[in-house]
Write a protein that binds this ligand. Sequence first.
Ligand SMILES: [Ca+2]
Ligand SMILES: [Ca+2]
Ligand SMILES: [Ca+2]
Ligand SMILES: [Ca+2]
Length: 338
Amino acid sequence: MKSSIPTAMALLMLSAAAHAGSPPINVFFPEPTMDRWNYPMNFTPGIRESASSFAALNEVDFDDRDGQILLGWDTGAQAPTGQGASNYQILEARVIIGVATGNLFQYDPTHDAVETHYNAGDPELIPDSDAGRPVELFGVEYRNGFTHETYLENSPFKNGEASDTGVRNAFPIDLLAGSTADISNQVMDRFEVAPWAIGRSGALTPGQLVPSETDLTFEIDVSSPHVREYLREGLDEGRIRLMISSLHGAVQQGGVFSDFFMRESFFNFDQSGRLEMVVEIGPPCDADFDGDGAVNSGDMATLLGSWGQQNIAADLDLSGEVGSPDLAQLLGAWGACP
Ligand SMILES: [Ca+2]
Ligand SMILES: [Ca+2]
Ligand SMILES: [Ca+2]
Ligand SMILES: [Ca+2]
């Protein structure tokens, strides 16, 4: 039994060594640096007091994810930029935003499969098993040369293209077949997505109409490799940009949409999009899936147990699935985290 105390101390020291880099940085922005309604018929993009998210399914001239909401925070004031993307270890990330107009949509805290949005009579239609549609959060990319830096509250929705389908200058992305792509026409093009976060509230019961001024919290899945990579690059640049999108308003449901406060809200600016992150600056240890401070047999078991799977932490090389390059990367990092 005598040896138990030194063992415990050794474990404590090991665990301390694993976090020997700089202490965690708590990032909190009480409102966005920029926010705008990304909708083709919005002629005052950046200055509205609220913005709504909804679908236009079966409308050839509009994206499925028709009304989207772009939120942005310039993070350099709280998290130093330019450290090299891989040196941002993101422990937590969440967005909190208040519902502006109440009782418009039913609370659904879980993802609905793409097949639940297909038309009545479609052989692949799956009935939606829970009331309502979730409000989802994704990363953002751009067309026509725009970037996080140059796409502003008042930048053009599109660059004069005739159609409004697949042309928006800023769009929500997810990892599809190993690279990120626009998901705005996910139902028409019949592919699945994995939201980076879903808006949730402990004060709500699934299926209930969401009251005005309810805060929805989007807890971002930082264990997902492409999500983590996106946030790392954002912190390195000093610009985090995220898109709220939902598939409310399917034809069968009538005119349902969700509506959120923007930073220009006269009374509820403090319920516009808030960003909270906990970040450590230091070298990565991405193969330490269980966070015990070392890459070891437990992590190896996790990787082997998820062989061939997609969009999970063990996909170290971001190829889209877990395979031998990920195993090689894990073996190369074997031992205590730097
Ligand atoms: Ca705005
Ligand atoms: Ca549902
Ligand atoms: Ca480990
Ligand atoms: Ca892989």
